[in-house]
Write a protein that binds this ligand. Structure first.
Ligand code: HXH
Length: 321
């Protein structure tokens, strides 16, 4: 069988989201087809620094050791986010103290995983998608002010000068949101802030977004002259507001999904000069966050390998070129 990472070696890295369980249960698929991994939760602040003065590295270390042993690159995910971040970090007297904490956190975590982690999502999901506000309300914004992303990227680059730092977000092809993302990152670049790339999460479904929307978003981000990573791709069988349950994926939906993967990867290949990595948010359909999001305990089949770890139609189709 062809290996994804070999077929795509002249295009971009092929990544998978993993966790402490799947590096064991899905080890064969991960090491056969992928050359990059992202931790689902294990490198988030809540996992690494749950309490003041105490780091908990065990689970992240386990995954990192797996990466070292199998020579996989790691996408670091994530430093600054409004979710999965412990409250203690915000108990500070002023802005300076919070920046000091952030710098220490990045130095400790970034330093520990320096060899295999080739980039970090410096900031995740900072942009508002519902209202016409640009920045999402968050403790980071509250405590550090409207240019807080400038601080984060500057500190990260100062501490880890040889790494790449990304702004990562979802709904990133939506015309309104992508303009906000573009304007925000453009503003940072104009102020001389060292942003290296944009992470497009790419949580899509079999009904969209369209290829035209994908291309427009890629054009817009590529025009910033930054690197682009597809960071969390999966293709849900359901539209976001559809709460239908299915026992098994109908053949026509599996085919539709294969076509979406084929069309998207074709465009990714066309943008290979801009895209350095395409990561799937999971390995196989037996373990996906979409089984609990947005509908709890509703089975979904969004990935390239089925529940028995066999390649799906989508897998074969992205190898057809
Ligand atoms: C990603 N968020 C995160 O980057 C990743 O760290 C996490 O493990 C999984 C997915 C995607 C996401 C974004 C917003 C969101 C849910 C998931 O919030 C919503 C909540 C309700 C309705 C719509 C969006």
């Amino acid at each position: 069988m062809q290996r994804l990472k070999d077929k795509y070696k002249d295009y971009f890295k092929i990544g998978a989201e993993v966790n402490s369980w799947t590096i064991k249960s899905h080890a064969d698929l991960i090491t056969t087809h992928f050359n990059s991994i992202t931790c689902e939760n294990e490198m988030k602040p809540i996992s690494l620094a749950p309490e003041e003065g105490r780091f908990t590295f065990e689970r992240a270390d386990e995954i990192y050791d797996f990466a070292v042993k199998n020579d996989l690159g790691v996408r670091g995910h994530t430093f600054v986010w409004h979710n999965q971040t412990p409250d203690w970090i915000f108990n500070v007297k002023d802005r300076e103290e919070l920046l000091e904490r952030l710098k220490n956190y990045i130095a400790v975590v970034g330093g520990r995983y320096r060899d295999k982690v080739y980039c970090w999502d410096a900031v995740n999901e900072a942009i508002e998608d519902k209202t016409d506000l640009v920045l999402r309300q968050s403790k980071w914004l509250e405590k550090l002010g409207e240019h807080y992303m400038d601080d984060v990227f500057r500190i990260a680059k100062e501490v880890l000068p040889e790494k790449e730092f990304f702004y990562n977000d979802y709904n990133e092809t939506n015309p309104v949101k992508r303009k906000k993302i573009y304007d925000t990152v453009k503003g940072m670049l104009d102020r001389g802030v060292p942003v290296d790339g944009i992470g497009m999460q790419m949580h899509i479904n079999i009904y969209g977004p369209s290829i035209d929307e994908l291309k427009s978003a890629l054009e817009l981000y590529a025009s910033l002259n930054l690197r682009i990573h597809v960071t969390e791709m999966d293709v849900s069988m359901f539209e976001f507001n559809d709460h239908t349950r299915l026992d098994n994926p109908p053949a026509e939906l599996i085919e539709k999904q294969a076509q979406v993967y084929a069309d998207y990867f074709k465009v990714f290949r066309e943008y290979k000069d801009h895209i350095d990595c395409v990561t799937l948010w999971g390995v196989a359909d037996d373990m996906t966050w979409l089984d609990n999001f947005p509908v709890p305990r509703r089975k979904n089949w969004p990935l390239l390998f089925d529940v028995n770890h066999n390649p799906k139609e989508a897998f074969y189709r992205i190898l057809e070129f």
